[in-house]
Design a protein around this ligand. Structure first.
Ligand SMILES: O=C(O)C[C@@H]([C@@H](O)C(=O)O)[N+](=O)[O-]
Ligand code: SF4
Length: 747
């Protein structure tokens, strides 16, 4: 048993009392999210009815999870925080740094060699500070957390945007930057703006080809990639009971794609079944004993419009499978309309690779439903027209799937079983292609489909679907194939139809142990060395404090146009190897962002040389001349990942301000934590006033205060000037971080 049973016993013993006390003070019915949030206030003495979407509140999460690509920077910051041990149970998971190429065995052997320095650093730091360490091959962080650590009613933070996956077990699990994880690991207050609440009422029951993934694919089309920002999505209604715990987790996981702070489901029999199947009977019993506190109050469920800020209804019985993309997860199309969309938009009709996996869809149930289609290939004398790549979610899932004949069934139709890891989902995919300039289509069971994300190729059109639809389109090799109505020509020249997928929610014979790969901390106080000449790891120097002056005459580094996710700001894939080395990774800064003045990427005007150069190269030159610069952007800047590198890189290269039309939550917080200024246009039309050769000033910083707008002055090349107001969401404490140079400096 790797989870902290004593901590859980204490939690559940106190939980009902906490809820009762909160109810007495608030004097109103409570949603589930409110019960869990108020049960985790940092200071339980002064409970008040915090205003959703406005008040900043300090919380005390129960645990922290980090993955190997973000843990490096998180732990480098933790090492500077002066603590000897983590204050709450914490774990590190090695899942992002394994490149998918030949198959699990070879790829893990290769990764173990190429990442040795980083793995040793993470293992040694974990052991020294009391952090659990999960080795490469153990599984994807969110699957391993669900199998071992998530618990109904709990609260956790994770240095990964898909931490909300644990909502599948009724937990408030929130993705954060490393600096936030350091707050929790050092036992300090962890601050979050009290989220708005979006209630999603599920009715009916999934049937046929529809899968839990289709709930969130549909919802992404309704909410769009920014519709959930600063909100918790709470699912309720009779339809929730029919969804497996891992199906619920899939839905919560991809809530990150609509910017949700987190998503969660009420505790039910399905969660209890999953807890028991994963060796946590006592947790199921304790949760069952306090079940009323693990769901929204009856009054809330009866009158949801009074208690949620928005209600969305989804009838599972009529829910169609969806296929979302290309290039953005909210481009949602029901399968019945997809062929028409492919033809109308000229998407590459040939489906070239199917990929099943990622933290969103790699559970035992996911694999079992996909494999029921793989069996039909043999039974109906079909063949898989496209190659298939499978990344199981964890060693426990893989070993059980292997015992139950699933791995053989996948391999029989030509699938390559990759490591229990992120792989292609994070761009860790050594893809072999005949012609990288050819527009091509892939379908994945992942959660994101941004340009270049999976294989670094701008010509790859990625579509996101359920594992079942991914499997069907892999067999057909044709984006226009609709398995609900179309047939396929088999080896005997017959037109055959695929039967609806079937599968097991949990392994009938239980999970096998599998070689889990967990290392418990030794707590031995050994010194952690980082080689000064290392190209992968670099100790952090504090960022300089604010000099007390306005920021005057800053050259415009780049004015980005359109979508600018954390993948555009700090690309993953080949750049993951530098995630522990701030200077090296800064070479990728904003290389994927589109320059509004020339429509190109990584090509900006450098005012010092009057030539065009890369974004990071230009910023580096300005920095060497002591010149601060500014970045301008459009909506939902920093969409996607929790990687704080997207905030630390500009900070390191002396970019002082990001001025955007709007921010994604995690990234806005990461910018604040790192001492950057995150400002938004009061009038979004002012974005158009900014010219390529402008110098920009931000004035009013001496009176920088919560709720008080600042001013931007544009100094145009022709000598004319314009100014306009900009706003911010900084509270007093966060203004202190800016003044001190970073939150870490302000401790
Ligand atoms: O970039 C990282 O390391 C974290 C990121 C990653 O898991 C991703 O899916 O992009 N995420 O989603 O937070
Ligand atoms: S979204 Fe992909 S890269 Fe991110 S944690 Fe999940 S599997 Fe890994």
């Amino acid at each position: 048993m790797v989870y902290d049973l004593a901590m859980l016993k204490a939690f559940y013993t106190l939980y009902e009392g906490k809820i009762e006390r909160i109810r007495t003070i608030l004097q109103r019915p409570l949603t589930l999210a409110e019960k869990i949030l108020y049960a985790h206030l940092y200071d339980e003495k002064n409970v008040k009815d915090y205003k959703r979407g406005e008040d900043y509140v300090n919380f005390r999460p129960d645990r922290v999870a980090m993955q190997d690509a973000t843990a490096q920077m998180a732990l480098l910051q933790f090492m500077n925080a002066g603590r000897d041990e983590v204050a709450v149970p914490s774990t590190v998971h090695c899942d992002h740094l394994i490149q998918a190429y030949k198959g699990a065995k070879e790829d893990i052997a290769t990764a173990t060699k190429t990442n040795e320095e980083v793995y040793n650093f993470l293992r040694d730091v974990s052991s020294r500070y009391g952090i659990g360490f999960w080795q490469p091959g153990a599984g994807i962080i969110h699957q391993v957390v669900l199998e071992n650590y998530a618990f109904p009613g709990g609260m956790m933070v994770g240095t990964d945007s898909h931490t909300p996956n644990a909502g599948g077990l009724g937990m408030v699990a929130i993705g954060v930057g490393g600096a936030d994880a350091v707050d929790v690991m050092t036992g300090m207050e962890w601050e979050l703006k009290m989220p708005r609440l979006i209630g999603v009422r599920l009715t009916g029951k999934l049937n046929g080809w529809a899968a839990p993934k289709d709930v969130i694919l549909k919802l992404a089309g309704i909410l769009t990639v920014k519709g959930g920002t600063n909100a918790i999505i709470e699912y309720f209604g009779p339809g929730t009971a029919s969804l497996s715990a891992t199906g619920k987790a899939t839905i919560c996981n991809m809530g990150a794609e609509v910017g949700a702070t987190t998503s969660l489901f009420p505790y039910d029999e399905r969660m209890a079944a999953y807890l028991k199947a994963t060796g946590r009977v006592e947790v199921a019993d304790m949760a069952t004993a306090v079940a009323e506190g693990l769901r929204a109050d009856d009054e809330v469920v009866a009158n949801p419009e009074k208690y949620y800020d928005r209600i969305i209804d989804i009838d599972l019985s009529t829910l169609e499978p969806y296929i979302n993309g290309p290039f953005t997860p909210d481009a949602a199309t029901p399968v019945s309309e997809f062929a028409e969309k492919v033809l109308k938009n000229g998407y590459p009709r040939k489906m070239e690779v199917g990929l099943i996996g990622s933290c969103t869809n790699s559970s035992y149930q996911d694999l079992s439903r996909a494999v029921s289609l793989a069996h039909q290939v043999t039974e109906k004398r079909l063949y898989a027209a496209a190659p298939l790549i499978v990344n199981p979610g964890s060693e426990r899932i893989r070993a059980t799937a292997e015992r139950d004949g699933m791995i053989d069934a996948f391999e029989k139709i030509g699938a390559t079983i990759m490591a229990n890891a992120c792989g292609p989902c994070i761009g860790q995919w050594k893809r072999v292609t005949d012609d990288p300039t050819r527009k091509n289509s892939i379908v994945t069971s992942f959660n994101r489909n941004f340009a270049k994300r999976a294989d670094g190729n701008p010509n790859t059109y990625a579509f996101v679907a359920s594992p079942e639809l991914t499997m069907a389109l892999t067999i057909a090799g044709d984006l226009c194939f609709n398995p609900l109505k179309d047939t396929l020509l088999n080896a005997d020249g017959e037109q055959v139809k695929l039967s609806e997928p079937t599968g097991e929610e949990l392994p009938p014979e239980g999970f096998t142990a599998g070689s889990e790969g967990y290392i418990a901390p030794s707590h031995a106080k050994t010194d952690i060395a980082v080689a000064p000449q290392s190209q992968r790891l670099q100790l952090l120097a504090p960022f300089p404090a604010w000099d007390g002056e306005d920021l005057l005459n800053m050259p415009l580094l780049i004015k980005t146009q359109g979508k600018c996710t954390t993948d555009h700001i700090s690309m993953a894939g080949p750049w993951l190897r530098f995630r522990g080395h701030l200077e090296n990774i800064s070479d990728n800064m904003l290389m994927g962002a589109v320059n509004a003045f020339n429509g190109e990427t990584n090509k900006v005007w450098n005012r010092s040389t009057n030539t065009y150069g890369t974004v990071s190269g230009t910023a580096k030159l300005y920095k060497s001349e002591g010149i601060p610069s500014i970045v301008v952007a459009e909506e939902n800047y920093g969409e996607g990942s929790s990687r704080e590198h997207a905030a630390m890189e500009p900070r390191f290269l002396n970019v002082r301000v990001i001025l955007a039309k709007s921010f994604a939550r995690i990234h806005e917080t990461n910018l604040k934590k790192q001492g950057m200024l995150a400002l938004t246009f009061t009038d979004k039309a002012d974005y158009d006033k900014i010219r390529e050769h402008d110098l920009l000033s931000v004035v009013g910083l001496k009176d920088f205060a919560p709720g008080r707008n600042l001013k931007v002055v544009l100094h145009h090349e022709d000598g004319s000037k314009e100014s306009f107001e900009v706003q911010h969401t900084y509270n007093e404490q966060q203004i202190g971080w800016f003044r001190a140079g970073s939150a870490l400096n302000a401790r």
